[in-house]
Design a protein around this ligand. Sequence first.
Ligand SMILES: C[S@@+](CC[C@H](N)C(=O)[O-])C[C@H]1O[C@@H](n2cnc3c(N)ncnc32)[C@H](O)[C@@H]1O
Length: 263
Amino acid sequence: MISSPTDAALDNGTEELERRVRELGPWFHNLDLRGVRTAPDHFLGDYPAIKWRSFAHAIPADLTGKTVLDVGCNAGFYSMEMKRRGASRVVGIDSEDLYLNQARFAAEVEGYDIEFRNMSVYDIAELGEKFDFVIFMGVLYHLRHPLLALDLLHEHVVGDLLLFQSMQRGTTEVDDVQGDYEFWEQDHFGKPGYPQMYFIEKRYCGDPTNWWVPNAAGAEAMLRSAGFDIVEHPEQEVYLCRRAEIHDDEPRAAYPARGGARP
Ligand SMILES: C[S@@+](CC[C@H](N)C(=O)[O-])C[C@H]1O[C@@H](n2cnc3c(N)ncnc32)[C@H](O)[C@@H]1O
């Protein structure tokens, strides 16, 4: 039997594992692969483990029999956590082969059967499948068309729960949004707790893929508008949502009638 490069890395011990990890870099996820750290100098610390610890309690502890889709899976940290919770099928998608190769390697080292595919969130309809649990962490602000992505997730892949995270900037205050405002009422636009999205025309953090950053009210309003009910808010940037049905003939208060103009 021909052994894979991952088998060789495992057979030949830590040094070979370290060599493969460096070869597959640079890494964004700081994984612990049998004691070898993939991004020990991460600017956010032990990321994403540190983030995960702040909201892991809000995720069902037992995912036995559940299907999971991890959108923007990167090196597969959350995909593997879902396997640890017993998920029967986990699919991870990302638009970057660099990260997918890391994810495949990490899953093999850890012994998890996870399907990783190169796919953009905009092409998600091609999966032709709904999942019990969809993870959409750290991707929204990297998109030029963030609301389209949320609409597509709602339409095509979220069967029940959505785990959402976005970088937020501006205030964490969240004002109540009225159903309507008359034309001359403009004060609410200047209030910090009104839903806002900051448009990054050039760069933020030196990263040209940062496009739109919401404040807290903006993140919540977009989720509601795309048809997700927020069921838990365990951490400032993290929301656990349940898919709601959208009926174009009886629009929800949080999803005002706009002539049924959804994609
Ligand atoms: C900040 S990382 C977040 C990774 C991981 N979800 C987490 O929360 O730790 C953003 C990831 O989204 C991926 N990504 C960016 N645009 C994407 C797109 N259009 N479709 C799918 N993935 C995308 C990037 O390649 C990257 O792996």
